[in-house]
Ligand binder design. Sequence first.
Ligand code: ADP
Ligand code: MG
Length: 386
Amino acid sequence: MFDSIRASFASFFGSDEGVVLAMAPGRVNLIGEYTDFNAGFVLPMTVDRGVYVAIRPRTDQRVCVASVRYHEHIEYELDQVPKVVPGHWSCYVLGVVEELRKLNLVASGFEAVIDGDLNLGAGLSSSAALETATALALKAVFGFEMNRIDVATLCQRVEHHYAHVMCGIMDQFASGLGQSDHALLLDCRSLSHVSIPMQLGDYRVVIISSEVKRALASSAYNERRQQCEEGVALFQQHEASVRALRDVTQDLFDEHGAKLSPTVRQRCQHVISENQRTLDASAALLASDFEHFGALMTASHRSLKDDFEVSCDELDYLVELALGTEGVLGSRMTGAGFGGCTVTLVHKTGLSDLRAKLKAYEARFSLTPEMFVLDGNLEAGVVTDY
Ligand code: ADP
Ligand code: MG
């Protein structure tokens, strides 16, 4: 990757002299699904692939950015931002440049090349990786101070205002603050966070892409948000300190949950139990109790399927295939659901079996799933050893 992006930079801009390279990885959420907008906990980790930005400052105000993947480039004067096209690769880059420029942190124009080995649109949050890598690249060449939490919230703003995706903070946070050989327990209310060592030994984290595009996701997402708010309104009447479902204990739920409509009750039950599972899973990881960790992952899936109802046949089938494989400790859908990926914890001796089982998925759904076995995980930063 390093050599090829340097070569791309040289071919776009004449030479690669003085180039700085920044990288930010994608992420997978191990557990803690739909807890983020309920002010709860999530437990993502970075993956072993990322987005790279090679950059060099210019002496004038010209900005030139090229994407290797799309064979396209954009060019403009720093203070004359071109029209932003939400979802186009350039919107993420422009967005980061603009947000930093508004803070007077971009001192001049620059040249940059973007490339990466992270899959796009596969649920690994390549958009957050692109935003984060761009911000870290600009930070490196212009030498300003900005802590990683501020980088993450800036990148989240970019996702909201330039890509028009109203995401929570997890993706940008995980990409920018996730450490190698650790998962990241994040409190989505306070943004306090703990890196949890992952000494997996002979176990592996496997991501399997269902190849189902998440068609239903946005309307269902809004509906779930509203249902969670309905739950909060009820519990608030009984306990004034409740501001989000994160504040509702299982006891409070058991006492008053029956007053909710059956659907809203189920939604709340998922969030409340998922929050606890995420904390329990962090403790299990810390204790290297992988059996328990895996059981919590599987319980999370059941809850997302039955109570929160954001899974789909394809994801359920992938989870069942995994759970029927020797050496698998747990498996669940990850991300917003209705498609996207599953994440599985498996002993390395079960990997080939698991891969072979995917044939059954192909036969049943006429979709070819992609399986990624994480080989460690990366952390964002300026790449120096290249
Ligand atoms: P996800 O974040 O789940 O991968 P998104 O649709 O949010 O999916 O973001 C994918 C978009 O991010 C791509 O369509 C592209 O515009 C941009 N992107 C991600 N990685 C790269 C890359 N290496 N080069 C150019 N654009 C990228
Ligand atoms: Mg994204």
